[in-house]
Design a protein around this ligand. Structure first.
Ligand code: ADP
Length: 393
C-alpha cells in the first residue's frame, strides 16, 4: 500500500512516500519545496518527479495521502480529511495561524487535483487524549472552558515516535508494541517495570512531553502552539496579564499584540538576532548579551518542563532529544543535563559531541542511571502507519 505523507508548513511543502506492509514501512521517496506560496505547483512537480523517477506510474498508484494536521476544533485522532476536518481547522485558525490555514489549503489542493485519492488527517493532538483532566485543564471560568480552551499538546507524532523508539532501544518490546498500537487499542493493561521518558522535541517549534509506558501524561504545549518553551519567533509561556497590560501601555490592539507574540517573539524576540538558534549561538560566542540570554532562557525552559515531568512520573528511565536543535546541538543537550548527577543523569561528553543529525545514539555515561538518547525525528512514519491502518479498517 503506497501512502504519501504531506507535511505542510506555512512556507514549505515536504513529502514522503512509503510502501506499507502492516506496520513495516519502506521509504520509497522523499522531497520538498521551500518558500512556497501556492501548493498546486508543488503537488504537480512532486507527481512529475515520482513518475519521472519511476516510483509510480500515475497518481492512481497512490493509495492514500496523510496530513499531519495540527489543531482541530472538536476533532482529533485519525480521521477522514473531509469537510468536517476543514471546518475544524477553520474553527481554530486563529489559535494556530501558522499551521491551520496551510493544512486546509493543502487538503483542498489534493481534493482538487487527485479527487479519488483517499485523504486522511492525523491530528498532532491525538497523542495527548489520555492525559488527565488535571494536566489539561486551565483554571478559567466555565464559559471559557466551554469554548474549548484547554491544554491540547502538539508534536504528537514526533513524541509518539520517541515513545516507540525508546522502548525498542531499551529492549522493551512490550512497551514498544503498546506505544505502536496506542491509537488502535488505547492504553491497555500493563504490568512490569516502567519506562518513563522525558521527550524533548527541540526545533523551529519545541516541546517537552512526559511519556509513561508509551502514553503521554502531559506536555509543555498548551491551547496553542505558542506556549511552553520559547519557539523560533513565537512566544512560549507568558503570564496572561501581560497582554492587557502591554495593549494599554503601548497602545496596541489585540491583533497587534497577537502579531508580535506570534511573529516577533520567541528566540527572535529575545535575541534580536534571528529565529534560528545557530545564528543566535554564533552571536552569543561574541558576548552578545541578548543572544546569551535567549540561549539561557531556552535551556532554563527545557529544564523547567523536564523537571516537571520527572516529578510527575516519579522519576524517569530515559531523556530523549529529537528534532533540529535536539539532534544537532550537543552543547544545548549538555546544558540541559548539567549538574543533575544526583538525579542519576550523567552525560558522556565524547559520545554527546559526536552524535549529530541523523544519528541515533546513547549520549549518557555507562554509569548514568537515566539513559540520555538522541533519536532522529520520524513523524512521517507515525502518520503513514496510522493512515494505512485507517484505510484498511
Ligand atoms: P522545524 O522547523 O520543522 O521544527 P527542525 O526540527 O529541522 O524543523 O528544526 C529546525 C531548527 O533547528 C532550525 O530553526 C534551527 O535553528 C535548528 N538547528 C538546526 N541545526 C542546529 C544546530 N547545529 N544548532 C542549533 N540549532 C540548530
Amino acid at each position: 500500500m503506497k501512502i504519501l505523507v504531506a507535511n505542510l508548513g506555512s512556507t514549505s511543502f515536504k513529502y514522503r512516500l512509503y510502501e506499507m506492509s502492516g506496520s513495516d514501512a519502506e521509504l520509497l521517496a522523499q522531497g520538498g519545496f521551500e518558500r512556497v506560496t501556492e501548493y498546486t505547483p508543488c503537488i504537480e512537480e512532486m507527481l512529475e518527479t515520482l513518475i519521472g523517477d519511476k516510483i509510480i506510474e500515475s497518481g492512481q498508484d497512490l493509495d492514500a495521502v496523510g496530513f499531519k494536521t495540527v489543531l482541530g476544533k472538536d476533532v482529533s485522532g485519525c480521521v477522514k480529511a473531509d469537510d468536517q476536518v476543514l471546518d475544524a481547522l477553520e474553527g481554530f485558525k486563529e489559535v494556530a495561524p501558522a499551521h491551520n490555514p496551510a493544512y486546509a489549503e493543502g487538503i483542498r489542493c489534493f481534493q482538487r487535483m487527485l479527487p479519488d485519492l483517499p485523504r486522511v488527517a492525523l491530528f498532532e493532538t491525538a497523542f495527548y487524549q489520555w492525559a488527565t483532566a488535571a494536566s489539561t485543564t486551565y483554571a478559567i471560568p466555565p464559559a471559557w472552558r466551554a469554548l474549548g480552551i484547554r491544554r491540547y499538546g502538539f508534536h504528537g507524532a514526533s513524541h509518539k515516535f520517541i515513545a516507540e523508539r525508546t522502548a525498542e532501544l531499551l529492549g522493551r518490546e512490550d512497551i514498544a508494541e503498546r506505544a505502536r498500537r496506542l491509537y488502535q487499542d488505547g492504553p491497555t493493561a500493563f504490568s512490569g517495570a516502567p519506562v518513563r521518558v522525558i521527550s524533548c522535541h527541540l526545533g523551529g517549534s519545541s516541546s517537552v512531553t512526559g511519556i509513561c509506558n508509551g502514553v503521554a501524561i502531559g506536555t509543555s504545549m498548551g491551547f496553542s502552539p505558542q506556549s511552553g518553551l520559547p519557539q523560533n519567533n513565537r512566544v512560549g509561556d507568558l503570564d496572561s496579564m501581560a497582554i492587557p497590560y502591554v495593549c494599554k501601555m503601548l497602545g496596541l490592539s489585540v491583533q497587534e499584540a497577537e502579531e508580535q507574540l506570534t511573529k516577533d517573539s520567541g528566540l527572535l524576540g529575545l535575541s534580536g538576532v534571528s529565529n534560528d538558534l545557530r545564528d543566535i549561538l554564533a552571536a552569543a560566542d561574541d558576548e552578545h548579551q541578548e543572544a546569551n540570554l535567549a540561549v539561557d532562557v531556552m535551556v532554563d525552559s527545557i529544564r523547567h518542563w523536564a523537571g516537571s515531568f520527572f516529578f510527575k512520573m516519579g522519576g524517569a528511565e530515559v531523556i530523549a532529544f529529537t528534532a533540529g536543535i535536539g539532534e544537532n546541538n550537543p552543547d544545548i543537550r549538555e546544558s540541559v543535563c548539567a549538574g543533575l548527577e544526583d538525579l542519576g543523569i550523567r552525560i558522556d561528553p565524547e559520545a554527546n559531541q559526536k552524535t549529530v543529525r541523523g544519528m541515533e545514539g546513547i549520549i549518557s555515561a555507562p554509569d548514568s542511571a537515566i539513559k540520555v538518547l538522541v533519536i532522529p525525528a520520524n513523524e512521517e512514519l507515525v502518520v503513514a502507519r496510522e493512515v494505512c491502518r485507517f484505510i484498511q479498517s
